[in-house]
Design a protein around this ligand. Sequence first.
Ligand code: PLP
Length: 455
Amino acid sequence: MTFVPNSASARDIAHHLHPYTNLKVHETEGPLVITGGKGVHVFDEDGKDYIEAMAGLWSVSLGFNEQRLVDAAIKQMKELPYYHTFTHKSHLPSIDLAEKLKSVAPVEMSKVIFQNSGSEANDTVVKLIWYFWNAQNKPEKKKIISRIKGYHGVTVASASLTGLPNNHRDFDLPIANILHADCPHYYRFGLEGESEEEFATRMADNLEKLILKEGPETVGAFIAEPIMGAGGVIVPPKTYFEKIQAVLKKYDVLFCADEVICGFWRTGNYWGSQTFGMKPDILSCAKALSSSYLPISAVMVNERVYQACVTESEKIGVFGHGYTYSGHPVAAAVALETLKIYEERDIGAHVGKVGPLLQKGIAGFASHPLIGEVRGTGLIGAMEMVQDKKTRAAFDPKLGVGAKFAKIAQKNGLIVRAIGDSVAFCPPLIITEQEMGDMLSRYAKSLDEVAAQLK
Ligand code: PLP
């Protein structure tokens, strides 16, 4: 493609190094430059409208023009645009937000610490786990188990937790002492004749075998997303977390829930932990915490973990962790307003209405010859395209079927995320019934076009 000199696209190619992008392809194809948004829609430079079926990055829960969040930011900017929370300093937005998060936590939590992103939150989680076991005088109990296809971010530690090859390859990751357990994707890894429950039992048995092989005295924590998002919207098989947690309990392994996508009603409950019966010791959240209008993330810890932090910081003289922007007052004020809106508009009840429409809508594609599996819960879902429906054989990755789909969908005014050959949906929580219909018909049109191209 050629670009008009000095256009936004030309300048983007010249100056901007893009995350999560094939940089070589970007040099010739350039960016899609988004200039505005309204509700579940965004608009490009030419005014073309797109349904943002991914809510940005699984994150813009309240849509793209929520004035109350803008007002909350302006108000806080005027009152106190910045202050920090180091060395016994504090400010009201951080205090209020910590109190609020504790009051809605899925299990009793003791304290809340703030960061600026999901990756930083999980980085904090790793450090808290190590700190905790040092406080227990078990300095060898430091290994952390995450899962193949789990996604926990891209900082050195959180990328190590992430179980996707492209986040490790040539970045010299993962770091030592991070282990990856099985991916609990029944459709892909269930054995012939194995029920979902039996598969879950096997997953838990394998986790126990891994812990025993490593030595339970060396395994400190296990981290999991309620539904794996960026790994392909993988919904845990029935009874999975119940069985996994029994193993963790047996060997005194801390349980950390990564609620960065699933938190704040995404799965139909306030927390994914509630949807799947998870009782974490540590919980990380971000994204919909502020509807992504400003960067903020939070980690909640239970009393046992908190007391260990107290012990260590007393011994050392300081809890030597925190960011300049931990609990940034403007971000915290926007997050508080976001949580207020969830309550006032009863977003939970709304998801209770539109979530089933999404699940029913995508289930309608299960019989399509290209679709191997349809999966999801609440307002998150995915459809996996396969070469052979019967054998579940995947397409040759070189064909890039998923990427092809995303491109065609974009032409048809639909922004989705292709993860391999799975197409993910995670629309803003405020999506209406009519917009859901529109989103699914743009999907259907795109699917037919992809099918025609593959013939
Ligand atoms: N954890 C999960 C479950 C995520 O989905 C993500 C991002 O998509 C992260 C952590 C990392 O968050 P961030 O991109 O804000 O660093």
